[in-house]
Each structure stands twice: as structure tokens, then as C-alpha cells.
Design a protein around this ligand. Structure first.
Ligand code: PMT
Length: 395
């Protein structure tokens, strides 16, 4: 999310928005009401492809994505330029406009690029606000030293958009999984029967890709092993595309070295055809028998491997969810399992999902919500359990 407050440097926010979009970010611009005096919302809307948000009390916008949802939606908040007034309000926890409210309600990292007259920057009140904001975990970049719009020279200029972009990227490198390697399987597998037909399932890959994105946002190096889906790979993830369960198994085992956390979100076909017909099977008989043989159980093999990472499985079930998931947790010797109730328009190929997450000493329900948000919650749980386990092991 890009926040813009009422400073002359607001014109540079358009360039920052452009750079962020170029990097593949979904950019939602939120302006303070007086920022409109310095830059037009149409410009920003044209660059980001999304209507600018600026009203705290806007029934239409709230119905679509309310301010709390926006606060949850944001993976990071960059405010450029940030005026002295905005810094003061943010430091004291004020929430009298949409941008301040979002900053107060978010758990995402916040980066601000101050821009103001050098005397305003040097004022003890602004300096105290800077200290307070840093203590609250807000990151600051700049201000830069140089000539200002008012003619004064000194610290107060907003740093250039390219530098802000680099600082925004660093926010993710400092996440709780920085330095960790996470491997995620996603999507369906396809098991060929003949030259043109295959067995598969309705997995869209959305859950696995959302997890890859969440792991990346937590600072991890992400290896995404994906069956055939029509999704773009999340930025910054190393994607390996596979088709069949056998190929997925091979790709996982090949790259397993050094993996700290393995998350199996893929809907891997349990069986494949024993013989694949080279040519298209003809419709000559009333019935057709295809002999199926078991595929390798990738998750089970990873959990039993010598270099065993922290293992998280999924259990897609149409009934007895908790019981079956607990059985899989124990049987496959996992650290955690996300039980996913499926069928009846649930779980597979949907935008929203809900999970019952189970581990040996407890469980928690993650409520129905967009997969993107759900993935962030699940990743937080995984991080906590992973760190607890590795701390116990090393003490
Ligand atoms: O892709 P979406 O449309 O977003 O849908 C998400 C989802 C419903 C596919 C996902 O949330 C989910 O539940 N994935 C697991 C589906 C599944 O195959 O569950 P299972 O109960 O059959 O398998 C148990 C676990 O073993 C899973 O972690 C699975 O990835 C793994 N497994 C299964 C078989 C196999 N041969 N190898 C495996 O690794």
C-alpha cells in the first residue's frame, strides 16, 4: 500500500507507484484528504489500475474493502511523502483519516519517507516524533539533504523513489523467516491414461500460491513446486513446474537439501495408470478398465527423509475432518496439518477457504476468509511452531 500525504514531494509518489507496479506489486494508493492539493488521484489510479482511497467514511468503499480489511490486506505500507503533521499524528496514535486508521490497525511493516522544510525537520517536536516512531517499529528512510521547494537547503527532501523502492524490498528481508528456506507444493497433478487423456482433480493452486507469497513476505527463500495451474508465480519465488505426481516427487527430492520448512498444499493424485496408452484409446468397448497403481507419497517420504525439514501437511476431507486429519498427522509423522473441508463448493478452486490446524498438543480454527489472508495466518502459526521446535532442539 502506498500512502501519500500533503507535501510538495507528492508528485514523486507517482514515480514510486510506477516502480512498485513494475516490480509486480499490487499497489493500493491511500491519500490523506489534503494530499489532493499536490497530486491528482486520476494519475495514481491510471498507474496502479485501482481507485485511490481517501475517505474514512465512504459507505461504498467500505462495503467493498473496509479500512480494517485494507489494514489486513497490506503486505507492507510505504508512506511517501510523510509530512511533519502526519508523523506527529502517527506517533501519537491518532486515527482521524483513512491512512492513519490503516496504520494503526495494520500488522504489516510501515516505512515512511519524511519530506518537509529543514527547520520543521530539525524542530525538537519532529525529532521526538521520529524517535517515538522508530521505537514503535516504523522504519524511516531519509530525509535527504539538498535544496528544498521553499529555497532552503538542508535535510528535509524526500529521498528518491528508487531508494524508497529498495528500502521497501528490504522490509521483507527482515521478516521472521529471513535466512530460512521454505518449499511448498501446490496445485493438482495430472496422471496420463493415453496420449490425450489424464486423471486429475479440481485444485487451482490458489492455496499453495498464497502460501508461497506469505512465506516470501515473511522473508523466506521460497521454492514452489507446482502442478499445472493458470496462476502467475508469486514474485521472488523459485518456481518448478511439473505435471505428474512422479515429476513432483522428483522435483521435491532434488531440491530438498537445505530446506527448513516443507508445506504440502498440492492435491497429488494418489494413483496413476499402470500403463499409459501411446495412442488415443478408441471407444470400441462398453466399459473400459484402467488399472491404477499407487503414486509415491511425497509428504510421507519428506517427513521420513534423513534431512527432514519441519513438515506441514494438508488434509482435504469431505467428512470426519478432524479425525482423518489427526490420523494423517500421526501416520505421516508431521509437525502440523491443515485440515481442509472440501466438496460442496469448498476448498478446491475457491477464493475463500477455512482451515482447522492441528498439531500434537493442540489445534486452532482459522476462519473463512480470502486464501491470501488465510495463508498469512497459517504462515504465522508455522513460524511460531517452527521456531519453538528449533529453539527446544538447540537448547
Ligand atoms: O489449490 P486450491 O484450489 O486452492 O485448493 C486448495 C486445496 C484444497 C487443494 C488445499 O487446501 C489442500 O487441501 N491440499 C491437500 C489436498 C490433498 O491432496 O490432501 P490429501 O488428504 O489427499 O493428502 C494429504 C497430504 O499428503 C497433503 O499434504 C498432500 O499434499 C500430501 N500428499 C498426498 C498424496 C501424495 N501422493 N503425496 C503427497 O505429498
Amino acid at each position: 500500500m502506498l500512502g501519500i500525504t500533503a507535501g510538495v514531494a507528492a508528485y514523486k509518489a507517482a514515480e514510486l507507484a510506477r516502480l512498485l507496479v513494475k516490480q509486480g506489486a499490487l499497489v493500493q494508493v491511500v491519500m490523506t484528504p489534503s494530499a489532493h492539493e499536490f497530486i491528482g488521484a486520476m494519475t495514481l489510479q491510471a498507474i496502479t489500475g485501482r481507485p485511490v482511497r481517501d475517505q474514512l467514511f465512504d459507505a461504498d468503499a467500505e462495503a467493498a474493502m473496509g479500512h480494517i480489511e485494507l489494514a489486513r490486506w497490506a503486505d507492507a505500507i510505504v508512506i511517501a511523502p510523510a509530512t511533519a503533521d502526519f508523523m506527529a499524528k502517527l506517533a501519537m496514535g491518532a486515527a482521524d483519516n483513512l491512512l492513519l486508521t490503516i496504520c494503526l490497525a495494520t500488522q504489516a511493516p510501515v516505512l515512511i519517507a519524511p519530506a518537509m522544510n529543514e527547520k520543521m525537520w530539525a524542530h525538537p517536536a519532529t525529532q521526538e516524533n521520529q524517535t517515538k516512531l522508530t521505537a514503535q517499529g516504523v522504519k524511516l528512510i531519509g530525509p535527504a539533504v539538498g535544496e528544498q521547494a521553499c529555497g532552503d537547503v538542508g535535510p528535509g527532501r524526500m529521498v528518491e523513489p528508487a531508494e524508497i523502492l529498495a528500502a521497501a524490498a528490504e522490509l521483507f528481508e527482515l521478516g521472521p523467516l529471513s535466512g530460512k528456506r521454505v518449499m511448498i507444493t501446490a496445485g493438482p497433478t495430472r496422471e496420463p491414461i493415453d496420449a490425450v487423456r489424464y486423471l486429475s482433480n479440481r485444485s487451482s493452486g490458489k492455496m499453495g500460491y498464497a502460501l508461497a507469497n506469505a512465506a516470501r513476505l515473511a522473508g523466506a527463500e521460497v521454492l514452489l513446486i507446482s502442478g499445472p495451474v493458470s496462476l502467475d508465480a508469486p514474485k521472488g519465488c523459485a518456481l518448478t513446474e511439473v505435471t505428474s505426481a512422479d515429476e513432483m516427487y522428483g522435483a521435491v527430492m532434488n531440491q530438498l537439501d537445505g530446506v527448513d520448512i516443507f508445506i504440502a498444499a498440492a492435491a497429488v493424485a494418489d494413483y496413476r495408470a499402470e500403463y499409459v496408452a501411446e495412442k488415443k484409446i478408441k471407444k470400441t468397448e462398453d466399459t473400459l478398465t484402467v488399472n491404477l497403481v499407487k503414486n509415491p507419497d511425497i509428504l510421507r517420504e519428506v517427513a521420513a527423509s534423513a534431512q527432514r525439514p519441519f513438515c506441514v501437511g494438508f488434509a482435504a476431507e469431505t467428512n470426519d475432518l478432524e479425525q482423518y486429519a489427526t490420523d494423517k498427522l500421526n501416520d505421516k509423522q508431521l509437525d502440523m496439518i491443515a485440515a481442509n473441508w472440501v466438496g460442496d463448493q469448498q476448498g478446491f478452486d475457491t477464493e475463500d477457504n477455512a482451515l482447522l490446524v492441528i498439531w500434537s498438543e493442540g489445534q486452532t480454527q482459522l476462519p473463512q476468509q480470502p486464501k491470501r489472508e488465510l495463508a498469512k495466518q497459517l504462515m504465522t502459526l508455522i513460524e511460531e511452531h517452527y521456531h519453538a521446535k528449533t529453539t527446544t532442539q538447540s537448547s
